[in-house]
Design a protein around this ligand. Structure first.
Ligand code: DAH
Length: 361
């Protein structure tokens, strides 16, 4: 057998023996690559005599072409074999239940949902969102809000105090979101239009009170803000939040140290059907929030001249709004981290509350 025929046999055997595309590629490079055995032979053609070249030239070229074809054919074979092998190995059991993705099974907590709903409504009215620290000083939680030293209103807040620091100052967990009013007025000049959702703390626990709960504070300060503006904003908010076209609200005189006048607000509801509570109809009332015109002392202590600026503020319990809107009877269950409760009362994560798309989906 001529050495060319031997070379061909060797390469063909290697092609047949290749068990993967990578192995086959190695064989191709070994034969037809730049330094491959066939390519090296081609390079010797130049030094041959004319007759020799006439026989060797076509021989080598023919060999090159036939090897190229064989390589291509074997590559196809290997590819088909790989697909057939995968098809045999990978099976889909069509009788298995569909596994639902995390976006389908995860749930948004009702508190987060209600905060998203409330902020969507007030953002639409031109309010910004502000936040402040959960751990406060006595000054921001009480003094700057016009609670005099020793005033009984301080006691009514059932405050959690930390141990006194070396300088005697006792930090506390804020009992309401109102201190953020002060932080905001210290940091920015009017006009101010903010809502402040956040965690608040009081030493209290029963079906409608938990030691940690949530409030939404609102604050508007400019040169002309008045009670009529406040009533409009709160009525519009309640209609949008409870998703009713009309809703009666009752404003009653009340007392908060940081507002003058102070008002408590009830909304119209219907309790006549047992186990059912409807808003925007009926002849019953339910207290829902506190509000008032910002007290001149509060403006003054925050660095604003009460002869130049005036404002209104309000505070609402977010947890209570959630309980009322979504019919959850026991507040303590909100913070039990029970997955069954959350999957029942929670909201689908991709249904973002918007005014145009619907708040509660
Ligand atoms: N901070 C009050 C509370 O927790 C609620 C409140 C009432 C806030 C009237 C206000 C307001 O801003 O004007 O009981």
């Amino acid at each position: 057998m001529s050495d060319i025929a031997e070379l061909e046999q060797g390469i063909l055997a290697a092609i047949d023996a290749a068990t993967s595309e990578a192995e086959l590629e190695a064989v191709r490079i070994g034969a037809l690559g730049k330094k491959g055995s066939i390519s090296e032979r081609m390079k010797t053609l130049g030094a041959m005599s004319a007759e020799e070249r006439q026989t060797m030239g076509p021989l080598l070229n023919g060999l090159k072409n036939s090897l190229t074809e064989r390589l291509a054919a074997r590559r196809q074979e290997l590819r088909h074999a790989a697909i057939a092998e995968r098809l045999a190995r990978e099976r889909v059991d069509v009788t298995l239940p569909v596994r639902r993705p995390p976006a389908e099974t995860g749930r948004i907590h009702p508190i987060s949902q209600v905060i998203d709903e409330i902020t969507a409504i007030f953002s639409d009215m031109g309010f910004s969102i502000a936040e402040g620290p959960d751990i406060e000083t006595d000054y921001y939680n009480f003094t700057a809000l016009n609670f005099p030293e020793g005033h009984p209103a301080r006691e009514m807040h059932d405050t959690f105090f930390f141990n006194p620091r070396e300088d005697g100052e006792r930090m506390l967990l804020r009992t309401h979101t109102s201190p953020v009013q002060i932080h905001t007025m210290e940091a920015q000049k009017p006009p101010i239009r903010i809502v402040i959702p956040g965690k608040t703390y009081r030493c209290d626990s029963d079906p409608t009170h938990t030691p940690m709960f949530h409030q939404l504070e609102g604050l508007v300060v400019d040169r002309t803000a008045n009670v009529a503006n406040m009533k409009w904003a709160l009525i519009e908010f309640c209609k949008a939040f409870f998703e009713v076209d009309d809703l009666q609200m009752r404003f009653r005189p009340s007392f908060f140290p940081f507002t003058e006048p102070s008002l408590e607000v009830d909304i119209q509801c219907d309790r006549s059907r047992p186990g059912e509570l409807r808003f925007g109809e009926g002849s019953d009332w339910m207290e829902i929030l506190g509000c008032g015109m910002v007290h001149p002392n509060v403006l003054r202590m925050s660095g604003l001249d009460p002869d130049e600026f005036q404002g209104f503020a309000w505070g609402i319990g977010i947890d209570r709004l959630a309980m009322l809107k979504y019919g959850m009877p026991d507040l303590r269950a909100f913070f039990d981290a029970d997955a069954r409760w959350l999957s029942h009362y929670g909201f689908r994560p991709l249904d973002l509350p918007t005014l145009f798309g619907g708040l509660s989906g």
